[in-house]
Structure formats: C-alpha cells, structure tokens
Design a protein around this ligand. Sequence first.
Ligand code: ZN
Length: 334
Amino acid sequence: MLCIGFDVGGTNARGCLMEFTDATAPPRQLAEVKERIRDTRAPSQVAAVMADIATRLVEQEGVDPAQIESAGVGIAGQLDKTGNTVVGAPNLGWTNVPFKSVLVESLAGAGFTPPVRIVNDLAANVWGEFCVGAARGHQDVLAVYVGTGVGGGVIAAGKLYGGHGGKAGEIGHSKVVPHGAPCGCGQRGCVEAYVGGRRLEERLTQDYRAGRSLGLRPYLPVELRDVDHMHMDAIIRPDVADAAAAAGELYADGLWSYVADLLAMAIANGAMVLNPGLILLGGGVLRNTKELSRRVVERIPSYILRAAADDIEIRFGELGDDAGVYGAALLARG
Ligand SMILES: [Zn+2]
C-alpha cells in the first residue's frame, strides 16, 4: 500500500512516500521531499506546496498518483472535531482555516484523490509509535513530547483519544506551580513554562549572562568559553546544562532536579487519570538530554500511586521524526 505522510511545521513542509507491507512493521520509505514554507504561509500556498511535494515524490519513484491510497497530514496546531478545520496553528499564523477542503482541491488539481486526514502533529506521532513503533502492543498510552514546547497524545483502549473537543493531550499546559511562570498560552505555572526547550534556553542564557551559572563555562562549546559572561550573545542550549548536571555541577544539578520534578509530576498526574500501560517519551529536548531524561524517568513512579505504578512501562519513542508522517498516513487510511 502506497501512502504519503506530511509533516507541516512553521518553517518546512515535509512529505514522505512510503509503502506499508506488514501491518505492524515500520513502512519502507521510498522518497522524501522537504520544502520551505516560512515565507508562504497562506493556506492556499501551503496546500500548493504540498501538492508539489506529492508530485515530486511520485515522479521520483515513477509511481502514478492514482496509486496513492492515503494522504495524512500532521500539523502543529489544534484541529476541530471533524478534522476539517485548523482551529489554531500559532506557528503558521492560522485561525479557523478550513484547510482540508483547500488541500483536497489542491491535491486533486495535481491528480491525487486519496482520502485525506489532518491531525495534530503529536497525535500523529503517538499513532505512528502505536502502530509501528515503540508503543506496539499497548492499548493505553500517554505520550509526552518535550521540544520547543511540551505536548502530548493519548491512546485509550487502542484508539486515539481526542476528548470532547479534540484537544486531549495538552499536558504541557497542566499547571505545576500556582501563579507561577508565565506561559506562551497566556496562563501561568504551566509545565511548559519550566521545561519547554524555548524556556530552558531563555533561562540558561539569562542566568549565565547574569553570572548565576558560571559553573557552566567548561561545558560550553569551546569557542564560547572565553567570552565574558555579560557579553555572551549566544544561546545556551539544554545539552550544555545536561553535560554539566551529569558531572555534578551545582547550578545545573539543581536546575535539572527542579525541572525533572515538575515534568515527572505533570506526567504522573496525567497517568493517575488515564492509567496507561505505557508512558511514551520523546521530543528534541528529551532526545538530547540524557541526564534530564534519566531523572524524569526515575521520578515519575514516585509520583504515581503505588498500586498503579507497578505495571506502567516508561519508554522512549523509536521512530524519531518519522513517527508523525507514518502516523498521519496510517490515520488517513482509517
Ligand atoms: Zn500554558
């Protein structure tokens, strides 16, 4: 079965042509095309770029567009319950865009008429891992991704769980500190405001410039070690703090303990409500911070009621960036 999976972020649209053979094995990826959409974010233009990507994919493999059996789209935004309208996608600047009809028309213009389904990118991710990745064999999964922000996805009784309005899984905006740090969502005290990659970078960079974390100096990239901290204009990334924390550096150790606690607490709270068999972790920040990830994994069980903690498995995703395109294509197949 030939499918196209799309991943649409704020900067690029990526499409993969893949062939699913075994129902439980990752597909064979036949071709991949990525195009920049940063300067052309109008919905009709994004749809045109996606139709162009689809055309290039089938041309590369010498496939007829009519052979494509499903096309799925994971998009960094919230969908309405029907999946026809993107209610909000801050990275694209979209509000209430009926994107499905726009995309279907654009694809049809290029000769593609498969069923199309649009889902939240993290929902696509968890579905990909559930069908052909690290969550295979589980029926109840709580997935938590820490990247620029913090997001999640839920599988309940073998089905993607969207909740009443299709917005289940927003674990990043669960509150962990009353009246705490301001979050991008406009509220305060969300776990994302402490653990999201953007916030971690801001905090690490500000603290260094203010001289509060000079112990990080030996862990900075070589070319930055001699820069006077007050004039540091590079961004300090979480992997720097991760190396320092692993070596016991005091500032990083303290910060990592604190944020690991907050994230573990938010995940455990989600797990207490859902009773998943698997907690699946992923996202760019966790992938690049072994020490932080280790602490989070270690602490989650201590925040879960003992009777429920014993049979919860905690595991990392295994498909990386491909989970979303696989999941989107599989969801479109129905
Ligand atoms: Zn928030």
